[in-house]
Ligand binder design. Structure first.
Ligand SMILES: [Zn+2]
Length: 277
């Protein structure tokens, strides 16, 4: 059974401040090490539970935060951007189960460092009328590829908002939010222990229940995406894209052939937004 782990940094135990998520300072160097070690805990647990292959995808910022030197040598690592499937890159090579480690709550919620893809650009994102964060967006993409989202970790706000979307999945809560940049965290070591044992149990469960070891890609369904952006200037820019309709000053709408296409559109818009920074 092949497992793809997507690792972000904002939901990692001990991470509370934007400084810890940006390169160029000592706090970030500590945080990326914790991120690498939480990914390792998931890798260790997955192999112990019966996974035959584990890929780990660096899913934060420039997608090059994980420290390959420290990573479990049995895993393959997906690094760098741009790349077509973003936080799910690697899925095009097949995976039966997806783990989302170090994820965070969606934009405009009370989770730690909550945002959706790009906090400068996007205020709210809905797919087919349902408000989604990164887990919802990339989870829909994973499901199109036939993979099941089986394990997620992050803060309590992330777990509470995401649990209804993935009813069969296991959550590890690494910390509790008391504000955008404050809260109460497990120690990195105890978060790792919880992730490792959950990863092991999740894979064991899927192996024991005869879950197919390779995903089969189903037919993609068209989706409708509604987007609230942070400023009308951003809306002016994004509406240069011919298939985007403007609903009001800061609300936009577009249809996409699949969840994958919707996510790719959002990532293109995110890249475009850098011209207004
Ligand atoms: Zn991130």
């Amino acid at each position: 059974m092949k497992v793809l782990i997507s690792a972000d940094i904002e939901g990692i135990a001990g991470v509370f401040h934007p400084e810890q998520t940006r390169s160029g300072n000592g706090e970030y160097e500590a945080a990326r090490r914790w991120m690498t070690l939480e990914a390792n805990a998931a890798i260790e647990g997955a192999f112990a539970g019966g996974a035959t292959q584990v890929w780990v995808n660096d899913s934060h910022g420039g997608f090059r935060n994980l420290l390959p030197d420290l990573l479990d040598s049995r895993a393959q690592v997906v690094l760098g951007k741009p790349r077509t499937l973003g936080m799910m890159a690697g899925l095009e090579y097949g995976a039966a189960l997806v783990f989302m480690i170090g994820y965070h709550a969606m934009s405009q919620t009370r989770g730690i460092l909550a945002h959706t893809i790009n906090s400068f650009a996007f205020a709210r994102v809905s797919l087919n009328g349902e408000e989604v964060g990164e887990a919802g967006l990339y989870g829909a993409l994973a499901e199109e590829y036939g993979a099941q989202v089986a394990l997620l970790s992050g803060d309590d706000v992330f777990a509470n908002e995401t649990a209804p979307r993935f009813p069969g999945a296991r959550f590890v809560v690494t910390k509790s939010a008391t504000g955008h940049a404050s809260g109460v965290t497990q120690s990195p070591a105890s978060a790792r222990a919880a992730i490792e044992s959950a990863a092991c149990e999740v894979v064991q469960h899927h192996v024991a229940n005869g879950h197919p070891s390779q995903a089969t890609r189903g037919a993609a369904k068209p989706v409708e995406c509604e987007l609230r952006v942070q400023t009308s200037a951003l809306a002016d820019l994004f509406c240069q894209w011919p298939t985007i309709t403007r609903v009001d000053a800061v609300t936009l709408r577009f249809g996409a052939a699949s969840a994958e296409h919707a996510v790719r559109m959002l990532n293109c818009l995110s890249a475009m937004s850098f011209m207004l920074r």
